[in-house]
Design a protein. Structure first.
Length: 126
């Protein structure tokens, strides 16, 4: 088993986006692209998805925290050395050997977050 620290991806230069929802807890099994947290900046809310599948072993962000790109969100225990598509692709005979040679902890910066407008920005007056 490999532990990976998932971090906030590029969120469009937003600094100090507030965590308004934590969608996972310690012990949860998560899938690739499953929502981990929801961040809200002054312009939009962003769901931050998991870049790997595995089991959450530590939640590092909590509601009310202000996060920026690169800040840690959760630590996930994965079955192998790969992340993202490599984990989803399954294992082969050679994968076991590379997993044994890989470090026990790696860091993954996740892909693009999903964007959705803040309720105050989504409504318009006529």
């Amino acid at each position: 088993m490999v532990k990976e620290t998932l971090k906030v991806p590029d969120i469009g230069g937003a600094e100090d986006a507030e965590v308004i929802e934590v969608s996972v807890a310690v012990g949860d099994s998560i899938e690739l692209e499953q929502s981990l947290i929801v961040l809200e900046s002054d312009k939009a809310s962003m769901e931050i998805p998991a870049e790997v599948a595995g089991t959450v072993v530590e939640v590092l962000a909590k509601e009310g925290d202000n996060l920026k790109e690169g800040d840690p969100i959760v630590v996930v225990e994965t079955a192998g050395a790969g992340s993202g598509a490599a984990s989803a692709a399954g294992s082969s005979a050679g994968a076991g050997a590379s997993a044994a040679a890989s470090p026990a902890v790696s860091t993954t910066t996740m892909g693009s977050p999903s964007l959705r407008l803040s309720p105050s920005l989504a409504s318009t007056s006529t």
